[in-house]
Design a protein around this ligand. Structure first.
Ligand SMILES: [Zn+2]
Ligand SMILES: [Zn+2]
Length: 175
């Protein structure tokens, strides 16, 4: 089942189980599922999130819905189940500073953000490009040593192969 099939269906909030309300976002032309009567979380269908994650993208209809509302606090330590396809969602940090954790479904590509996390997310970087560059830098910092080791090994392997090749050519060895 694709997320398109569920466009008009009411889904349950993966964080608190309340039915989510559709909020129409005219600039992006999509309906977002928002937990207005529960925790204030937002569910984004596959690829929808990309339309809201940069600062210049208009989210004022969402801000209007949130205005003067208070939301139930939820426990974000346990695993959440995707309301579209039932897969266990995976928690991913959105930046090197690790202050926004996004629940992601690898089944349908859906994403869930707790209340206020979208604001936090958008305030960290102006554009998606800046974000990926920063995350890549962080990744290299932690994985860089292993990558260097891998590259060294690769070069050594190539050297050995070349020596072998020269031996074969120079001595007309046949296998
Ligand atoms: Zn909720
Ligand atoms: Zn899913």
């Amino acid at each position: 089942m694709s997320s398109e099939d569920n466009k008009d269906e009411i889904i349950q909030c993966p964080a608190c189980g309340k039915p989510m309300i559709k909020v129409y976002m005219p600039d992006q032309g999509v309906n977002l599922d928002v937990c207005i009567n529960g925790c204030g979380g937002i569910f984004f269908d596959n690829r929808e999130f990309d339309k809201f994650n940069e600062q210049h993208e208009d989210i004022s209809p969402l801000e209007k819905v949130f205005e003067n509302k208070s939301f139930n606090k939820v426990d974000d330590s346990y695993d959440r189940i995707c309301p579209i396809c039932g897969w266990k969602m995976v928690k991913n940090y959105s930046s090197s500073s690790h202050d926004v954790q996004i629940d992601e479904c690898y089944g349908c590509g859906g994403k869930f953000l707790d209340y206020s996390e979208l604001d936090k997310f958008r305030s960290q970087y102006a554009t998606d490009k800046e974000r990926s560059e920063d995350v890549l830098k962080e990744l290299y910092k932690t994985a860089g040593i292993e990558l260097d080791a891998y590259n060294t090994n690769y070069e050594n392997r190539m050297k050995k192969t070349n020596v072998l090749y020269k031996l074969i050519v120079n001595h007309h060895l046949k296998f």
